[in-house]
Design a protein around this ligand. Structure first.
Ligand code: DQA
Length: 147
């Protein structure tokens, strides 16, 4: 199963960016962890990050065309991008939305994600473990659909 792990703006600075909120894991470590988890679970994982909304939307279109699974941390776009939400709504595989921090325990503007209503499920507040849990869920779906 093909899985895109897509990350929105500022997530390329993980490890440097507000470590008290987002933890000490660097973006390079996150990529390596997701690839290792993919290998362990037999998922074909591709990890990407962009600060450009159009680029993310293009990747979502590609995932839709390929009927791939998606793990998406839309970062700040979660809170206001109807364009990202609309692209997510076109996906044909499962979508797990991940937030490293607990967005509900933070500033009010972070409490709502416009993406969540079109996601299969949402993981937030579990740090970078959320990505691993999302991949485990997708592998479970694959295994159940193979039966
Ligand atoms: C985030 C939470 C968002 O509110 C924020 O804009 C981010 C990261 C998270 O992973 O906790 O950039 O999505």
């Amino acid at each position: 199963m093909r899985v895109y792990v897509l990350n929105g703006p500022n997530l390329g600075r993980l490890g440097i960016r507000q470590p008290e909120v987002y933890g000490a894991t660097s973006y390079a470590d996150l990529v390596a962890n997701c690839q290792a988890t993919g290998k362990e679970l037999g998922l074909d994982v591709e990890v990407r990050q962009t600060d450009a909304e159009a680029e993310l939307i293009g990747w979502l279109h590609q995932a839709a065309d390929e009927e791939a699974g998606v793990v998406l941390n839309p970062a700040a776009w979660s809170h206001y991008s109807y364009a990202v939400r609309d692209a997510c709504a076109m996906l044909r595989g499962p979508l797990v939305e991940v937030h490293i921090s607990n967005i509900h325990a933070r500033e009010e503007f972070r409490h709502h994600s416009v993406v969540s209503a079109v996601a299969t499920g949402v993981i937030c507040g579990l740090g970078v473990d959320g990505y691993r849990l999302a991949l485990l869920h997708l592998a479970g779906l694959r295994d159940r659909s193979a039966r």
